[in-house]
Design a protein around this ligand. Sequence first.
Ligand SMILES: NC(=O)c1ccc[n+]([C@@H]2O[C@H](COP(=O)([O-])OP(=O)(O)OC[C@H]3O[C@@H](n4cnc5c(N)ncnc54)[C@H](OP(=O)(O)O)[C@@H]3O)[C@@H](O)[C@H]2O)c1
Length: 434
Amino acid sequence: MTSPLRLGLAGLGTVGSATLSLLREHAETLTLRAGRPLVVTAVSARGRVKARAVSVEGLAWEDNPLDLPKRPDVDVVVELIGGASGVAPALAEATFAAGKDLVTANKALLAAKGAELAHRAEDAGRRLMFEAAVGGGIPLIKTLRESLAGNHVRSVQGILNGTCNYILTRMEAENLSFGVALEGAQAKGYAEADPTADIEGHDTAHKLSLLAALAFGTAPNLADVTIEGIQRVTPVDFLYAARLGYRIKLLGVAHLTDEGLEQRVGPCLVPLESPLARVDDVLNAAQIEGDAVGALTLIGRGAGGRPTASAVLADLVDLARGTTVLPFGVRVRDLRSLPSSPPDKRVGEWYMRLHVKDQPGVVAEVSAILRDEAISIESLLQHGRSETREVPVIITTHAVDEASLRRASRRIGQLSVVREEPFCLKIERPEDGA
Ligand SMILES: NC(=O)c1ccc[n+]([C@@H]2O[C@H](COP(=O)([O-])OP(=O)(O)OC[C@H]3O[C@@H](n4cnc5c(N)ncnc54)[C@H](OP(=O)(O)O)[C@@H]3O)[C@@H](O)[C@H]2O)c1
């Protein structure tokens, strides 16, 4: 039999343990598919004596993960520790320095240093694989990098964070406030004790920057992603969105415009007929639009031990077979440098929710500001009277540039009859990127 591919596994948490289990469980089929056995020879984590979901008996243990690539019985380092700073980048560096291949699920690291690491891998003549970094078990990286190589991709839109999708789904289904839905997600283990990276949109931005890099042949550029979280969404927004024919989803959106590459993360109104509108709970999805293939949507489990391990194993099988793919599809020196589309110039339709005093003349004042900013109203909804004498008014606009929308929103927020600055959600149609 051909010699095994020997793996050094760094990190034995949710994904690391599941990867080790799945390697054992599917050893036979993996050997057939890879053409050789995939064998873990050494592991590393913080606590050697910690109780684990999987046995590490018989495997060499390294207290310091940076010693894994130095081992002669390790061909590939599998980094499942996480983080853009600290041990993970040092381990990536040490792996290429030792002339070994790296498989990682670390989106934070790749979003921050993807091109730099790809360059290090190229220089060392080694491979950097990261299918597990975006969309958990959904094969998004391979799809963009390989399966759609014959296309010019026009747009990528995705629900890329299961925690946020779960929270938004529960808020809508059970009429819950954001805070209560977040607590529910934490109780079920779908949200971390510190949920900041998820709910503020940063995790989605990490993943979007990687998808955009693959789709448009650029280096990942996290700094150019406009990011907004889901904390200001309220139950009222779901009610009105439904009346208008939409659902609310946290989307990562990347597309090329005349002004440059637009990368944006934020809660959006998605038309009910869009495939993304039907993706609920912890599921993730991405809709990709290519010039040749048209639109395609991939839906599946975007997180969790086994789905993510499934993606890690796909990379390992590719490595074992000797497949050579460039991390971002092209050589680092051939990555394009695209300008970022200025947020103010972005054009789109918007949903605006404001709370106004329930008295005559308010709508006229709001309409006057919108008229001044040349914003044309698509619909205006105001229902019911309120005991607090405040009522929500919901406005949707025709296409408008974002600068005008934001200016109008600030001015409306300053009216004495309006309680606070309006809450604005972009209306995101699948064909917007076409
Ligand atoms: N969880 C998911 O659903 C998911 C999905 C997609 C991608 N990812 C990515 O996969 C990676 C791992 O995530 P995870 O959820 O498995 O994390 P996790 O459960 O927190 O596990 C992290 C592992 O890293 C080890 N570790 C931390 N610091 C270390 C250090 N300085 N030296 C050695 N080992 C160290 C921990 O050791 P101890 O066990 O001893 O504490 C633990 O085994 C991250 O990049 C994450 O973004 C996760």
